[in-house]
Design a protein around this ligand. Structure first.
Ligand code: NAG
Ligand code: NAG
Ligand code: NAG
Ligand code: NAG
Ligand code: NAG
Ligand code: NAG
Length: 544
């Protein structure tokens, strides 16, 4: 753990840099959108704020209430200032802020970096009015501003995700500067949707949180989609800067209890803000959903002082499971065993391949101690279960060793596949990659030496920045399929998540591949599936 004095210095430095403040840990709160879409009202917001307290959610850390889209009047006033819609919010913004503050909660505001607000055809957003609107946010007592990206380029097109302007950081940086200039501490929640390149890099510099994806959708499949999109953002998640996986759909009656635990746990270990979207009314919110969102141990993992996002370390796509591992304070780790299959199964893995010789494990959702764990584990998981093991007293295993690295430039390609040279310092560690790999083409690495016969762990460096935006509400899932076959044996398929913030940033996935013979002379072939493209292949190594 960092010494206390260091944390204080870091916090002070952030405060001193301006009025856009950072919460050291991921924000925990409530937002009106998932229940009321763009139709909030004073009554709805007040009841929700009171409901948050009545349900005891403030006691476990949820401490702000945000009015999402739909709150302003159609017209700015004669000075050009935003007005609250007086029919929906008869008391106005300042009085609502006072009401929320009197409950001991923060007041969350919403606007956008475009001409108009999302979900409307005529409500104003802040483009061109940044300084004036930031002043209004401060006058109303706003403690945070969620800043959306609709109507970025015109008054008529609500969602433009492809133009350079819609993807540009400039409009978001403008509001960050405007918030810095006002005399109130306001947290900034960038909601640019993760479009364009290097969003984690520019957004983490200005936002307390930044959305990485299109909206969450009321279905299980959006959990898989957003999870595959958050993978590379671990590089940017840090104290005061958190990748936002979007508001929770826990309590919206669209997931099973097991799936709600999975969703909440996956968001928690990735250090996403945990923003409740459910109606905060004990008559309407199920007890199980309330218990999931109130689980103190899971919230503590999210709020851990080390603020490190978990990483996807192993994936078996055909068996439909993942292993996630994240560092926590006090030399602890969180291990996430994710069963994507809608059926129970037993997964097997060796803790040594995760760098762990032994550890004391606690099953977080079951709130039970597992005991000391070591070596190969066979874990039974229910359908769509995310088992969370909190590991402490960890003894490290000897690291697995690679004898040789096999880079794209050593491969032989067929069909559409081609070897591409990258700019200096990109496509690491090789500086080149195999691109345009489809089902009718392949990449083969020959004469690969293995110390093991049969199954071996491969560390694969790949590039996939084919992010799902326009396809997000259908079946777009941010993955690309690739098959791997050793020595001509049956090919097996893996779904590769996003690897970075552009088409030159590599990611690594560890997978177990069967079919090796001991000694030199193995051939490893990568191929796409059907007409769709595989990820680009930078290279790989055997970890033994
Ligand atoms: C305020 O909201 C109501 C309900 O959505 C709407 O009918 C009305 O036109 C709005 N008024 C203004 C001035 O925007
Ligand atoms: C959008 O509408 C506003 C108000 O009618 C106008 O001032 C502005 O120029 C319009 N912008 C675009 C890009 O059409
Ligand atoms: C999972 O299985 C259950 C029970 O068979 C079914 O009701 C549910 O629709 C399935 N969920 C998904 C996301 O396919
Ligand atoms: C796990 O299962 C395998 C067979 O699938 C068995 O050989 C092994 O002993 C089991 N290990 C443990 C720790 O239960
Ligand atoms: C195969 O690899 C071995 C070392 O692993 C090397 O000695 C040999 O020259 C290689 N053969 C070919 C044909 O590249
Ligand atoms: C990957 O392959 C599976 C199985 O064929 C298929 O269902 C899925 O849609 C594919 N995904 C992509 C992104 O092509």
């Amino acid at each position: 753990m960092a010494p206390k004095s260091l944390c204080v210095i870091v916090q002070f430095a952030l405060l001193a840099s301006g009025k856009t403040v950072r919460s050291a840990l991921p924000p925990l709160g409530w937002n009106s959108y998932n229940t009321w879409s763009c139709s909030p009202s004073e009554d709805k917001i007040k009841q929700s704020a009171e409901g948050l307290i009545a349900l005891g959610l403030d006691k476990v850390g949820y401490n702000f209430v945000t009015v999402d889209c739909g709150w302003p009047s159609r017209d700015r006033n004669s000075e050009g200032r935003l007005q609250w819609n007086a029919t929906l919010f008869p008391s106005g913004g300042k009085a609502l802020g006072d009401f929320i503050h009197d409950l001991g909660l923060g007041f969350g505001l919403y606007s956008g970096a475009g001409y108009l607000q999302c979900g409307s055809t005529d409500l104003p957003a802040s483009l061109g009015f940044e300084e004036l609107d930031a002043e209004s946010f401060a006058e109303w007592g706003g403690d945070s501003v969620k800043y959306d990206n609709c109507y970025a380029t015109s008054n008529t097109s609500m969602v433009d995700s492809s133009s350079a302007e819609s993807q540009s950081p400039v409009r978001f940086q403008h509001m960050a500067a405007a918030l810095d200039a006002v005399n109130r501490d306001i947290e900034y929640y960038v909601c640019q949707w993760g479009i364009g390149n290097d969003v984690g890099e520019w957004a983490s510099a200005i936002g307390n949180t930044w959305r990485i994806s299109n909206d969450i959708y009321n279905a299980w499949r959006s959990i898989w989609r957003i999870t595959n999109q958050v993978v590379p953002y671990f590089r940017h998640t840090t104290r005061g800067a958190f990748a936002d996986m979007d508001m929770l759909i826990v309590g919206l009656d669209v997931l099973s209890v097991e799936e709600e635990r999975f969703h909440f746990g996956m968001w928690a270990i990735n250090k996403s803000p945990l923003i409740i979207g459910a109606v905060l009314d004990s008559e309407k919110l199920s007890q199980s959903s309330l218990e999931i969102m109130s689980n103190k141990e899971v919230i503590a993992i999210n709020q851990d002082s080390l603020t490190k996002q978990a990483q996807l370390v192993h994936r078996d796509t055909e068996a439909e499971w993942d292993i996630w591992l994240g560092e926590l304070s006090d030399s602890r780790q969180i291990l996430g065993l994710a069963n994507w299959k809608n059926d129970s199964q037993t997964i097997q893995f060796d803790l040594a391949t995760l760098g762990i010789a032994s550890a004391r494990a606690r099953d977080v959702w079951a709130a039970e101690h597992v005991g000391v764990v070591t070596g190969v584990q066979n874990i039974s998981l229910a359908g769509h279960q995310l088992q969370l093991w909190l590991l402490s007293d960890i003894i490290s295993a000897n690291p697995l060793v690679s004898k040789a690295y096999h880079g794209a430039t050593d491969a032989s390609v067929t069909g559409s596949a081609r070897i591409v040279t990258c700019a200096t310092g990109t496509c690491l560690p090789v500086g080149a990659k195999v691109g345009d790999l489809r089902g009718d083409s392949s990449v083969t690495f020959s004469n690969i030496s293995s110390q093991t016969a049969g199954r071996t762990l491969l560390g694969i460096d790949f590039i996939n920045y084919d992010y799902a935006f326009t396809t997000a509400w259908e079946f777009g899932d941010n993955t690309r399929n690739m098959t791997i076959s050793v020595n001509g044996e049956k090919a097996k398929r893996w779904a590769f998540p996003l690897s970075g913030g552009n088409w030159q940033e590599s990611g690594r996935l560890l997978i177990e591949v069967d079919g090796f013979t001991r000694g030199a002379g193995n051939a490893v072939t990568f191929a796409g599936v059907g007409n769709s493209y595989a990820p680009d292949v930078v290279g790989f190594e055997l970890l033994e």
